[in-house]
Design a protein around this ligand. Structure first.
Ligand code: AMP
Ligand code: MG
Length: 390
């Protein structure tokens, strides 16, 4: 059996970065910028007032100084004559500072009578002018790859970039397998349960940037699985859930291989999630997840999310592990890497008491996977451990 890290390396060999597509800025949130983009203008494009007030010559600014107001500059419409000695231009936030002026006296520091203003309060030394290009200049580069956050979109808009090159979304087909499964909302028979991790995985993978299609549940028969694989056509990644062990009804491996799947590995030295399988399936990569709800989700965090990041062209895409101090001791680990459901807060990290891989209620309470190396000894309160936030 291979390690988690070895499995991830093999998985990465099954995919490559997808090509870029161009989308309107308004639809680019959360997408991965695929090529560097360059600002096409300066911001602000002119020296602009940062306050409502009066544009004057700095050299003339002092308490009790008087000026004659000769015009008005508003955002969107400049005052297009120079400001002379003893003159002021009424100016508003965002308006271009008129030629000849290099100081904005804020309106609160001024008394105005008709066309005359007098500085009545100490105007200080701050000019209240934003120089041209102080935010960014033409040619400023936003480098790819990066996930576009709301802040990035605002910046791109200010740069007058209306469409952006982003990585195509990986198309994922999700196949749940098992005679016992029905979809949420259906009426389960007495021996049936509801397909659950399917929905957790869809959310997880879409959050990572993929587009996920949930296919109809496949029965534990060759023909039903064949139909499901047929319906997955066009996907970049096919993910099956369940049927991956070696029971009489675990047909995913045999059926997929009969259809041409070239297996890269099967079984990993980890808990939960040992019966993980992966390979190349025509133009797609395929990952067969174990059916147990928690195992499937843990494999999602450890393998599928990094795989999606890879396909999106994000550099290495490895899970971002962190460190925390144990809030409570934990016993020694067995021979497999263990990803324990845990809760991390300001008092450190604690493993959840029941680590059974079928317990979604425990997974839903957890906010971390506490990582244990194979044969890790007993650990005491206060010792530092690695975890993956979930
Ligand atoms: P399997 O890997 O098919 O042997 O499934 C292991 C366990 O996970 C069984 O108890 C299944 O009923 C359960 N299981 C399989 N697939 C799902 C699913 N999509 N949602 C919830 N439970 C599942
Ligand atoms: Mg099954």
């Amino acid at each position: 059996m291979i390690t988690v890290e070895e499995a991830r390396t093999l998985l990465f060999e099954l995919v490559s970065a997808l090509p870029a597509e161009t989308v309107p800025l308004a639809e680019a949130s959360g997408r991965i910028l695929a090529q560097d983009v360059v600002a096409t203008r300066d911001q602000p494009p002119f020296a602009a007032s940062s306050m409502d007030g009066y544009a004057v010559k700095a050299a003339e600014v002092e308490l009790h100084a008087m000026f004659k107001v000769v015009g008005e500059a508003v955002a969107g419409k400049r005052f297009d004559k120079p400001v002379g000695p003893g003159q002021a231009v009424r100016i508003f936030t965002g308006a271009p500072v008129p030629e000849g002026a290099d100081f904005i006296v804020i309106q609160e520091d001024v008394d105005r009578r008709g066309d005359l203003i007098t500085i009545t309060d100490d105007p200080g030394t701050k000019t209240n002018i934003r120089p041209a290009g102080v935010d960014f200049t033409k040619g400023t580069i936003i480098t790819a790859p990066r996930r576009l956050r709301p802040e990035d979109l605002a910046l791109l808009a200010a740069m007058n970039i209306a469409t952006v090159p982003v990585a195509q979304k990986p198309q994922i087909a999700l196949i749940s397998t098992g005679d016992e499964l029905v979809m949420p909302g259906e009426a389960p028979g007495p021996d049936q349960i509801i397909a659950s991790n399917t929905f957790g995985l869809k959310a997880l993978l879409e959050e990572a940037g993929a587009h996920v299609r949930i296919l109809p549940i496949a029965k534990d028969t060759t023909s039903s699985l064949e139909i499901a694989f047929g319906m997955a056509a066009g996907a970049d990644l096919i993910v099956t859930i369940g049927g991956a062990s070696v029971g009489d009804y675990d047909l995913v491996s045999d059926v997929s291989q009969a259809l041409g799947m070239e297996r890269s590995f099967y079984k990993i030295r980890m808990r939960p999630g040992k019966p993980l399988m992966a390979g190349r399936f025509g133009d797609a990569a395929m990952v067969g997840l174990p059916g147990n709800p928690v195992s499937a989700m843990v494999c999602g965090y450890l393998f599928l999310v990094p795989l999606v990041r890879r396909m999106l062209g994000l550099e290495h895409g490895l899970p971002a592990f962190r460190r925390a101090e144990l809030g409570e001791p934990i016993g020694k680990n067995g021979p497999r890497e263990h990803y324990m459901r845990a809760i991390v807060d300001e008092n450190g990290i604690r493993a959840c008491p029941d680590q059974d891989s079928s317990l979604l209620s425990v997974l839903a309470q957890a906010n971390a996977l506490l990582v244990r190396e194979p044969n890790d000894p007993e650990r005491h309160t206060g010792e530092e451990v690695l975890y993956l936030p979930i």
